[in-house]
Design a protein around this ligand. Structure first.
Ligand code: UDP
Length: 437
C-alpha cells in the first residue's frame, strides 16, 4: 500500500497537477516489486533528504534527479534538490576536474584549489543543510561542502563519472574531502576506489514517463523533425550528447563520412550545453565547419526532439571515449533502437556486443557497425508508411524503469541501524553552520 504520507496531501493541495507516482509503474513492473519498494520506503518515512548538484538541466545527473526526487516524495520521504551556483571560471575548474577524473590531464594549482574551495564555501553560507538527516552530494563540484556543516545524519557522495583511471594527483586532493563522507556511491562496481569510506554501486535509470521517453506517434515524430528541417527521406544516424570531447563528436562525423560514402543517410548531432559545462559552446562551434546538407549539427534544448530522433533513427551512435553510464544509451535501448556505442565504462555495461547492439573501439569499427546496421535495413520508415510494429527490435529494453528501488536500498544501507528501527523517532538537535575550518 502507498504510505499515504501527509506530504502527498500537502502536494495535492498546492496544485491540482500531478507528478508521476510509483503506482504508475504498474505498467512496467509487477505489483510485487512495487510493494517491495513501498516496504523499503516505509522504514525511511521519517527522513528529510536533500540532493545537491550543480545544474538543473543538461546532462545525466539533472536528468536522474528530476524524477528520482519526485518519486521519493511520492513514497513519503521528504526529499529536496539544491543546486550550487558559480561563475564560469568556477565551472571551468570543475570541468577540468571532471576531465581529469576521467583520465585527462590537469594542472592543479593552489590558486585553482583556493577558488574552487572559496566558491563552495560561499554556497555553504547560503545553503542550509543542517536540518536534513541525509545529504546526497553529486559529483566533484559541490564535494567540499561537507566541511562546513555540523551533520544531522549521513552524508553521501555520489560520483557519476567514469572513474576507471582517474588522475592520481587530483584524486588525492579530492580524497581529503571524500573521507569526510559516510558513504560513496559510484555507477559501476569497476569504478570503486581504494578508500576507507564504504562504497556502493547504483546504476542510473531513466524516467519512462518523461517527454523524452514516452511513446510518440509517427505524426508527432514527423512534426518534430520537420520543425528543425531534418530530412525524412533518408535513414537517420544520430548522436545525442552534451558537446563534450569525451563524447567524441569529431569521431562520429569521421565514422559517418566513412560509412556513408556510397549509402545515403543523414547524420544528426544534437547537443545541449549544461550550465556547469563551460566547454560545450567551444566544442559546438569547433564542429560547425563540418555542417552540410547531410550532416546536421544542432544545439537546442528540446526533449521531444531527443525522443523523436531516438525513435526514428536507423542507428543511434554513442561513440564516447569515456562514459560514466550513458543514459542516452539507456534511452535509445528503451525505445528499441539499434545502438552502436564506444566500448567504454557504462556503455559496455549496457550493450552486449552483437546481442543487443554493437560496441566499437575505433572510428573504423564505428563506421563498419553503422554500415552493418544499415545493410540489413530498409528504406526509412517515413518513406514506407510503416506502423510502429514494423520497427526492427535490434535491442531489447533494459530493465531500468526509474532508479528508485536501488536508491532506497542504498539509502537504507547508509543509515545507522537505530534510525531504521525507530521510524519517526525524534531527530538529533539541529546544529548551526560550523563555518570554515
Ligand atoms: N540530452 C538532452 N538533450 C541533448 C543532449 C543530451 O536532453 O541535446 C540528455 C540525454 O537525453 C540524457 C542526458 O542529457 O538524458 C545525458 O546523460 P548521459 O548519461 O548520456 O551523459 P552525461 O551528459 O551525463 O555525460
Amino acid at each position: 500500500m502507498p504510505p499515504s504520507a501527509s506530504q502527498d496531501l500537502d502536494l495535492a493541495h498546492r496544485d491540482t497537477r500531478r507528478t508521476v507516482q510509483l503506482d504508475d509503474y504498474t505498467r512496467f513492473l509487477d505489483r510485487e516489486r512495487i510493494e517491495r519498494i513501498y516496504e523499503k520506503a516505509e522504514a525511511l518515512q521519517h527522513l528529510h533528504v536533500v540532493h545537491v548538484n550543480s545544474t538543473f538541466y543538461g546532462g545525466g545527473v539533472a536528468e536522474l534527479l528530476d524524477d528520482l526526487t519526485l518519486l521519493m516524495n511520492n513514497v513519503g520521504i521528504t526529499t529536496g534538490w539544491r543546486v550550487i551556483q558559480g561563475a564560469p571560471d568556477f565551472f571551468s575548474i570543475t570541468k577540468k576536474m571532471h576531465n581529469a577524473l576521467q583520465g585527462g590531464s590537469i594542472h592543479l594549482t593552489d590558486l585553482k584549489k583556493k577558488h574552487y574551495e572559496d566558491i563552495v564555501y560561499k554556497n555553504a553560507v547560503r545553503t542550509h543543510l543542517d536540518r536534513h538527516n541525509m545529504v546526497v552530494v553529486h559529483d566533484p563540484q559541490p564535494l567540499p561542502l561537507i566541511q562546513h556543516y555540523h551533520r544531522n545524519g549521513p552524508w553521501i557522495w555520489q560520483c557519476h563519472v567514469d572513474l576507471s583511471a582517474p588522475d592520481r594527483e587530483l584524486w588525492r586532493y579530492l580524497q581529503s574531502f571524500i573521507e569526510h563522507y559516510d558513504g560513496v556511491v559510484v555507477s559501476l562496481d569497476a569504478y570503486t576506489q581504494s578508500l576507507d569510506t564504504p562504497q556502493r554501486t547504483i546504476t542510473p535509470a531513466i524516467d519512462p514517463f518523461a517527454i523524452k521517453n514516452k511513446e510518440l506517434s509517427e505524426a508527432e515524430i514527423n512534426e518534430r523533425l520537420a520543425h528543425y528541417d531534418i530530412p525524412r527521406d533518408q535513414p537517420l544516424v544520430v548522436q545525442i550528447s552534451r558537446f563534450d570531447r569525451w563524447k567524441d563528436p569529431e569521431g562520429v562525423i569521421e565514422a559517418f563520412k566513412k560509412a556513408h560514402e556510397e549509402v545515403d543517410a543523414t547524420l544528426v548531432l544534437l547537443g545541449n550545453v549544461a550550465t556547469d559545462d563551460p566547454e560545450g559552446k567551444e566544442v559546438y562551434e569547433s564542429l560547425l565547419d563540418e555542417e552540410t546538407e547531410r550532416i546536421r549539427i544542432l544545439s537546442v534544448e528540446d526533449t521531444a526532439l531527443v525522443n523523436a530522433l531516438q525513435r526514428r533513427a536507423a542507428v543511434v551512435l554513442q561513440k564516447s571515449l569515456r562514459e560514466g553510464f550513458g543514459l542516452t544509451v539507456t534511452e535509445a535501448m528503451w525505445k528499441g533502437s539499434a545502438v552502436v556505442g564506444g566500448n567504454v565504462g557504462g556503455i559496455r555495461h549496457q550493450i552486449e556486443d552483437g546481442e543487443n547492439g554493437f560496441l566499437v573501439d575505433s572510428i573504423d569499427e564505428a563506421a563498419a557497425a553503422d554500415r552493418g546496421a544499415h545493410s540489413e535495413s530498409r528504406p526509412p520508415r517515413d518513406a514506407r508508411h510503416e506502423g510502429p510494429s514494423d520497427r526492427p527490435r535490434a535491442v531489447s529494453a533494459p530493465p531500468h524503469a526509474g532508479g528508485l528501488p536501488r536508491s532506497l536500498r542504498r539509502l537504507r544501507d547508509a543509515l545507522p541501524a537505530e534510525r531504521l528501527t525507530s521510524p519517526g523517532a525524534t531527530m538529533e538537535p539541529v546544529s548551526p553552520h560550523a563555518g570554515p575550518a
